[in-house]
Design a protein around this ligand. Structure first.
Ligand SMILES: *[C@@H]1O[C@H](CO)[C@@H](O)[C@H](O)[C@H]1NC(C)=O
Ligand SMILES: *[C@@H]1O[C@H](CO)[C@@H](O)[C@H](O)[C@H]1NC(C)=O
Length: 130
């Protein structure tokens, strides 16, 4: 009886440990297909949600992480304001704003990717001007 209780206790500790591991974000390659797709989604979401007139363009990716056993990605992105209005030209060839209009934002996004359904959803975002 006493031994069973001990064993059960051990299992609970082990179970909690495994669960914690599964919840961890670990560093991944910035070139991973699904991560890249999630970054594109996050930038598009940011521009869609942003009240400003001009589109922001991705300049760099800082932290790139994936939650273990999931397709949930965490990304730190740096974006600058371009001279292109939304839904206009191709952002990639769009020049950045200079002088007074120049602006950078740094954001952390958490994206849940379901690429096989072409579905992405934003779980979290926080941005600051930088
Ligand atoms: C992006 O904007 C920031 C803030 O205005 C500026 O310091 C930085 O040089 C810009 N980056 C580029 C590549 O223009
Ligand atoms: C979202 O971000 C905030 C601030 O960084 C954090 O407190 C919160 O736990 C996050 N929520 C999720 C679902 O990750």
């Amino acid at each position: 009886m006493f031994r069973e209780v001990l064993l059960l206790g051990g299992l609970i500790v082990l179970g909690t440990h495994v669960w914690t591991l599964h919840k961890e974000f670990v560093d991944i390659s910035k070139n991973l297909d699904y991560f890249v797709a999630s970054v594109h989604f996050a930038v598009a979401w940011f521009n869609e949600d942003n009240v400003e007139e001009y589109t922001y363009k991705l300049l760099g990716v800082g932290q790139a992480q994936q939650k273990t056993w999931t397709m949930i990605f965490l990304m730190d992105l740096e974006m600058n304001r371009t001279t292109c209005k939304k839904h206009g030209d191709d952002i990639d060839s769009c020049p950045l704003q200079d002088g007074a209009g120049q602006k950078m934002v740094r954001c952390t996004f958490v994206v849940d990717a379901r690429p096989w359904f072409s579905q992405f959803s934003l779980l979290n975002s926080s941005c600051s001007a930088g």
